[in-house]
Structures are given as C-alpha cells and as structure tokens.
Design a protein. Structure first.
Length: 86
C-alpha cells in the first residue's frame, strides 16, 4: 500500500513539473519566477508590468522614471539585455 501511495505522489509531482514547464514554453512563467524578477526589479526602481517567456528567455516589460523598458533574463534569472522603448 505504501508503494502505491509513493508512486501516486511521485506521478503527481512529475505531472505538476511538466505542467509548469509547458506553461513556460507557452509564455507563462511560474509564479515563483515572476515574483523573483518583480521583487528584484522593484528594488531597483522599476514598475514591472508583465513577465513572459519568449525565445528561451524571460521578457519583462517595465517602467522606470517615466520610460518604458524591455528587459531580458536568462533561465538563470541573470539580465541579458535591456531595451528602452521610448
């Protein structure tokens, strides 16, 4: 009986992980990633408007000092590029 419960829990965890990866592929990063990016950028004075995944990176739209920015982060959450939209 213990083996059945352990197997069911393992399958549930694998299913959740797979769903999380699928969402990130479709442009919806996990809530934990959004929170990490948002809190880090907020500490730097950015007002984060949206976070999505695109081309294997996290693409962030934010405002700072009245200017619009596109910020790009790698999967390790290190900033790779910044574009000023104004």
């Amino acid at each position: 009986m213990k083996r059945i419960i352990i197997l069911a829990l393992a399958l549930s965890a694998a299913s959740l992980a797979s769903a999380s990866q699928t969402n990130e592929i479709k442009g919806k990063p996990s809530a934990a990633v959004v929170e990490q990016i948002t809190s880090g950028l907020s500490a730097e004075g950015y007002d984060v408007r949206s976070v999505k995944t695109e081309d294997g990176m996290y693409e962030v739209y934010a405002l700072k000092d009245g200017k619009r920015y596109e910020l790009y982060f790698g999967k390790d959450l290190k900033m790779l590029d910044t574009k000023n939209d104004d």
